[in-house]
Structures are given as structure tokens and as C-alpha cells.
Design a protein around this ligand. Structure first.
Ligand code: PLI
Length: 444
């Protein structure tokens, strides 16, 4: 699909962002020149996927596209049972309701916004067990998504394994900057959890990107295909939630998968309450067909090389301009360190929110805040103060060219040159859940 890009003036952009309460989620997309808000649902589908859309079987029950989807999940990921959902958070809702009891602890390799909220709404408490390096934008650790097994062991000793329904493992870790988990770490985690009879639930939203990093960086994996590595990662876990809007290259869709019959049975019952019948889960038949094909395309070595390669191209341009970014460069985007970019703003003046608005004013490039606003509040009402205060430049797959990457880096460098003059923000409207989507701000 080709679409026209609209160019605007700085005056138009200043008005647009003010009207949007300095929140890039509240901009109209027609006012955006290059859209790096997210890689979620924004990738371009292939000719094969569009052809699949034409073969939608829209029967209410038992659509053939569901069986193609189930076959793809079994073939490429190895999970036995599939529950389709409208997107990732639909799967998180059902999984959390099935597995978490009030008072449970859910350890994970850094929080993700919707994942943690569903864990909390089900009565659980999230506990961060990612390695310390993940919270340091400058650490060059090649697998910053790894779990610190000592942190997990402390939780098991303190609360007992019975209070831990599962360990929540994301590949790659979004909020850490698209950072991967190593196969060795997953294997160690599997041995530990097997001993304590704790499940591993896999947030596999960007598993193919994680597999690419394993292929590039981990000893013994250079000659393995992404397809083989993805399958091996999944084999070390007991079930999964997936937003197919990322790796799987579709505009909408997701699923929950499990190897346990009992869990499947309960989830299959809940999905009819919240999403739709268990053979469509809120999706049209054509959407399920596009996912089945997208899963296959996502494990293509050349595709991942081009995809992550483009992100690296942008990251290296930013580094050349002296812009502080999270290193190593991650899988789905560049994460600019807003604390280092705007050191004159403290975290309560929302440096990342401010910087995202400023980049939009400069260039019409839309990015998003991944800092204190995204982190939200604890169940007791206190703000979380995450160490990472980042602006995410998320790259949709198969959409932009390297020339767009050049424009993005140049625009960011321009803001970097005038960074001392940038004023912070105050929050003037805060919704109760996932505030980053709808909060409004004004200039200080
Ligand atoms: O946006 P959903 O409901 O399809 O998926 C939720 C979700 C779960 N896990 C992870 C790691 C995500 O990145 C994720 C969604 N991410 C979005 C929307 C993003 O912009 O990163």
C-alpha cells in the first residue's frame, strides 16, 4: 500500500500538538509526516497476506482460516492449543484471569503497560526480575532482557512457589529498548522453574526479532535459522500471549496459546465472554488468514536482517550526531534517553513527553513517551519512577525507506542543538488506567 505523506508548517504543528494536550497519542494522523508512534499494526502487509485476506471464510464457527492459524502456531511456535483474540491485551486479560489468584506474585523481565495492568486487575502483583543492566541506558550487555535468577530465587524463598503462578517472559523487552533475552538465560530459567514447578508464560510479541539477536550474538546459533531459534525459544516455555500486530505483520489480531489442556479449557470458556467464539476470538476470518501467513513471513532470515538492519541504520545516525540513545540498539526502534537529552528537566517535568512533543513540532515526526507517564501509578496511587525515561522512535516493518531514516535523525539533531531552550510540561488531565494514552499536558 502506498499513501501520500502530508507536509505541514511549524505553525500548524505547534497548534496541532497544543490541541492534542502535548500527547502524541492525541494527534490526528493526517497531521503526522513520518509516524513512529508504534510498530503495532502499522506494518505493511505483503502481497501474499492481501491474497489471504481475499480467502476469508467468515463462518461464525469453525472457519477454515482458524485452522490455518492454528497450524501456523503449531508449526512455527510449537504450542498445542490456540485461543484467538482481537489483540495482545485481550489474550493478557484471559490468561491473567485463568492463572492469577488474589495475592499472587508475577515475576517478569520488566513490566509492560497492558501486561502488568491485567496482572494487577486479576489480583496479582508484578515483580521486576530483569538484570540491573536493563535499567542502564549505557550498559552494553548483549542480552539486557535476561532474567536475574537470584532476584527470582529471593521471591520464591520469600513468598513460596505456590504464590507464583508463572514467570512472565517477554521476547524482546519493549520497555528496556527492544532488548533480547539469551537462549542460555532461558534454559537456566527453565531448569530453575522446572525444579520449583512454576510455569513460564511467554510474551512473544517480538520473538522473531529476539531470535535474530540470538543468531547474531550468541555462541552456537550463527548457523541456525530464525525459524529454528524461534521454535526453540517457545519450547522452553509453557504458554504465550501474542500481539500479532508486531512480528506477525498484521493490522489487528493476537492470541493466547498453551500446552496445558486445563488452562486451554478455561480460557476457551472465557474467550466467548470477552472476545468471541473460540474459533475467531474477535477477529474476522480474513484477519486470521493474514496472521497465519504473517507468522511464516516473520521467521524469514532476510526479512529480519532488513528489519533490524533499518533500525540499526537510524540508531547509528543518531549516535553520529551525538544524540544519547539506549545501547545496544534494539529490535523495533530507537530509544532516546530523555534524561540525558534534557538534563535541565527533572522527571516530574516529563522530559520524555516534552521531547516527543518537541520532535513533532520540529519535523512532524511522531514518536512516543516511554518514561514516567507510561509507568503510571502503583495500586496504592503513588507514581512509579522508572530509571529509564525514554522517547521511542518505533519503526513500522516494510513501510519507510532509509531516506526517511535520514530525515528523522536530522530532525532529532536539530532539537538536540536547541535543547537548552526546551521547557517542560505539567499534567492537567490523568485517566485512571494506562494514562499515557489519554493524559493531557500544558507547557510549564
Ligand atoms: O497492543 P496489543 O494489545 O495488541 O498488545 C499488547 C502488548 C503486549 N506485549 C508487548 C511486549 C507489547 O509491546 C504490546 C503492545 N505494544 C504496543 C501497542 C506498542 O506500541 O509497543
Amino acid at each position: 500500500m502506498v499513501e501520500l505523506l502530508k507536509m505541514t508548517t511549524a505553525t500548524q504543528r505547534k497548534k496541532a500538538i497544543r490541541d492534542a494536550g502535548y500527547n502524541t497519542f492525541l494527534l490526528k494522523s493526517e497531521d503526522v509526516y513520518i509516524d513512529l508512534l508504534t510498530d503495532s499494526g502499522t506494518s505493511a502487509m505483503s502481497d501474499r497476506q492481501w491474497a489471504g485476506m481475499m480467502r476469508g471464510d467468515e463462518a461464525y464457527a469453525g472457519s477454515r482460516n482458524y485452522y490455518n492459524f492454528e497450524n501456523a502456531v503449531r508449526k512455527y511456535y510449537g504450542y498445542k492449543y490456540l485461543i484467538p483474540t482481537h489483540q495482545g491485551r485481550g489474550a493478557e486479560n484471559i490468561l491473567s484471569k485463568v492463572l492469577i489468584k488474589k495475592g499472587d506474585i508475577v515475576p517478569g523481565n520488566m513490566y509492560f503497560t497492558t501486561t502488568r495492568l491485567h496482572q494487577e486487575l486479576a489480583g496479582g502483583t508484578f515483580a521486576d526480575i530483569i538484570i540491573d543492566e536493563a535499567h542502564d541506558p549505557h550498559s552494553l550487555h548483549p542480552f539486557k532482557g535476561n532474567v536475574d535468577l537470584e532476584k527470582l530465587d529471593k521471591l520464591v524463598k520469600k513468598y513460596g512457589a505456590k504464590k507464583i503462578p508463572y514467570v512472565s517472559i517477554a521476547t524482546t523487552v519493549n520497555m528496556a529498548g527492544g532488548q533480547p533475552v539469551s537462549m542460555k538465560n532461558l534454559k537456566d530459567l527453565r531448569s530453575y522453574t522446572r525444579k520449583h514447578r512454576i510455569r513460564i508464560i511467554h510474551d512473544m510479541t517480538r520473538v522473531a526479532e529476539n531470535a535474530y539477536f540470538i543468531q547474531q550474538r550468541e555462541k552456537g546459533y550463527q548457523n541456525k535459522s530464525i525459524k529454528e531459534i524461534v521454535f526453540e525459544i517457545c519450547s522452553l516455555t509453557d504458554g504465550a500471549t501474542m500481539s500479532a500486530k508486531k512480528d506477525a505483520l498484521v493490522n489487528i489480531g493476537g492470541f493466547m496459546a498453551t500446552n496445558e489442556w486445563d488452562v486451554f479449557e478455561e480460557a476457551r470458556n472465557l474467550v466467548v465472554v470477552y472476545e468471541g467464539l473460540h474459533t475467531y476470538g474477535g477477529l474476522a476470518g480474513r484477519d486470521m488468514e493474514a496472521i497465519a501467513i504473517g507468522i511464516e513471513e516473520s521467521v524469514n532470515d532476510k526479512h529480519q536482517q532488513a528489519r533490524v538492519g533499518q533500525v540499526e541504520y537510524l540508531g547509528n545516525k543518531m549516535i553520529d550526531y551525538g544524540i544519547p540513545i539506549v545501547k545496544p540498539i534494539g529490535g523495533h526502534g530507537i530509544f532516546v534517553d530523555a534524561k540525558a537529552f534534557l538534563p535541565h528537566l527533572n522527571q516530574d517535568q516529563y522530559p520524555a513527553q516534552t521531547l516527543a512533543a518537541e520532535i513533532f513540532i520540529e519535523s512532524g515526526v511522531r514518536t512516543m513517551e516511554r518514561g514516567i507517564v507510561s509507568a503510571g501509578r502503583k495500586p496504592n496511587g503513588d507514581n512509579y519512577y522508572p530509571k529509564l525515561e525514554l522517547v521511542r522512535f518505533t519503526i513500522p516493518r516494510r513501510v519507510y525507506t532509509q531516506a526517511h531514516m535520514d530525515v528523522i535523525a536530522e530532525a532529532t539533531a536539530e532539537v538536540f542543538r536547541r535543547r537548552n531552550k526546551v521547557r517542560g510540561l505539567k499534567m492537567v488531565y490523568e485517566p485512571k488506567y494506562l494514562r499515557f494514552f489519554q493524559a493531557r499536558f500544558e507547557h510549564l
